[in-house]
Design a protein around this ligand. Structure first.
Ligand code: CA
Ligand code: CA
Length: 361
């Protein structure tokens, strides 16, 4: 093309680039970049009120975030290479075929949130795969400090059950977990980032007697405490019935440490990425968002989906400074990254921290 004609075309491209994006107006005057996203405002209103108890960062949020992973991780490159069905990833299969998938041992207890969510998806006529990722993104937006997650809509409602044994379990070794995640296309660093979800999480089924025991002392905040507290020396058996499968000693009364979290925090492959989040909320949130964007479309084609991220609420910031729980000192940190100094943290004032269970709603 001659330079002259290029110059002639240039103003046209500039004019196109400058055209403002058409906004669609949806219910209650809210706007989105794509009219097909309007339905998600109605879903948003409904689940904030009727699933998340008016916009709390509580048990249903924890469970909804967990479900995003348990649906999506049903994806295997290896099985695909072997010519078998490797799972549809973030395809809603865990809701379609809940009788099959919630019977997998690693999905123990997931049936409650599947049953709680399904009527909303049916009522609003959205696909199960879309709904699960939307509920996770909206849910975590209720937790101060969380990033505003990407949400893409348009997953098909036609799929098959996930093959078994694709969901990692807390008693699995680090090597086994990293291999499973690699088979689902995730790097060790991306796994460490995904585990920020454990900053707003609690367990019900690893140790059922201490139902609702969280993984850090601030389960209502999307903060870095999870990465700090998993590195504290564990000297507490939180339940009256001893340690259960997948559970190791925790540092605080009322807090539960998964064996896998404790091991990943200390493993040479993952320890430095783990430590990098200890006092860096922004890094944690950014990396979590990127890893969640990838996970939410596992098995899907990004180009076939519509970006409805502007429906997701903007989370409040987390005002809490990273700290050691009251009663702990830097000597309690089991520093595991050998190539970088550990950031100095001060301890919260007051008597030794004990953690309350997350109340069932
Ligand atoms: Ca799935
Ligand atoms: Ca937390």
């Amino acid at each position: 093309m001659q330079l002259k004609s290029l110059v002639a075309i240039l103003p046209f491209f500039l004019a196109v680039a400058a055209t403002p994006v058409q906004q669609a107006t949806c219910s209650n005057g809210r706007t989105t970049a794509n009219a097909q996203c309007c339905v998600w405002f109605d879903v948003l209103d409904d689940i904030q009120e009727n699933l998340f108890d008016g916009g709390e960062c509580g048990e249903e949020v924890h469970e909804s975030l967990r479900l995003t992973f348990h649906d999506a991780i049903g994806f295997s490159e290896l099985l695909k290479l072997q010519g078998k069905f490797g799972g549809g990833g973030a395809d809603g299969s865990i809701m379609h075929f809940s009788d099959i998938e919630t019977a997998f041992p690693a999905n123990n207890g997931v049936d409650d949130i599947v049953d709680a969510q399904r009527p909303f998806a049916i009522k609003h006529q959205v696909s199960f795969g879309d709904f699960i990722q939307f509920a996770g993104a909206v849910g975590v937006s209720n937790c101060p400090g969380a990033p505003r997650l990407e949400f893409l809509a348009g997953r098909s409602n036609v799929t098959k059950p996930s093959p078994p044994d694709l969901v990692p379990e807390p008693q699995d070794s680090v090597v086994k977990i990293l291999a499973r995640m690699a088979d689902a296309t995730f790097s060790p660093n991306e796994l460490v980032a995904l585990l920020a979800s454990h900053s707003v999480a609690a367990q019900d089924h690893v140790d059922p007697i201490i139902h609702g025991s969280p993984f850090d002392s601030t389960p209502g905040l999307f903060d870095t405490q999870f990465y700090i507290e998993t590195l504290l020396q564990g000297d507490v058996i939180p339940g009256p019935d001893g340690l259960q499968v997948g559970e190791v000693q925790s540092p605080l009364q009322g807090e539960l440490r998964l064996q896998s979290d404790g091991a990943l925090a200390r493993h040479p492959i993952t320890a430095c990425e783990w430590q990098s989040f200890v006092n860096d909320q922004s890094r944690m949130a950014t990396k979590f968002r990127a890893a969640m964007s990838k996970m939410a479309i596992l098995g899907q084609k990004r180009s076939a989906l519509i970006d409805c991220s502007d429906v997701i609420p903007v989370p409040k910031p987390n005002a809490k400074t990273p700290s050691l729980p009251a009663g702990k000192t830097m000597h309690d940190i089991e520093k595991s990254c050998l190539i970088k100094p550990f950031p100095t943290l001060s301890a919260d004032p007051g008597p030794e921290t004990s953690v309350n269970p997350v109340p069932p709603s």
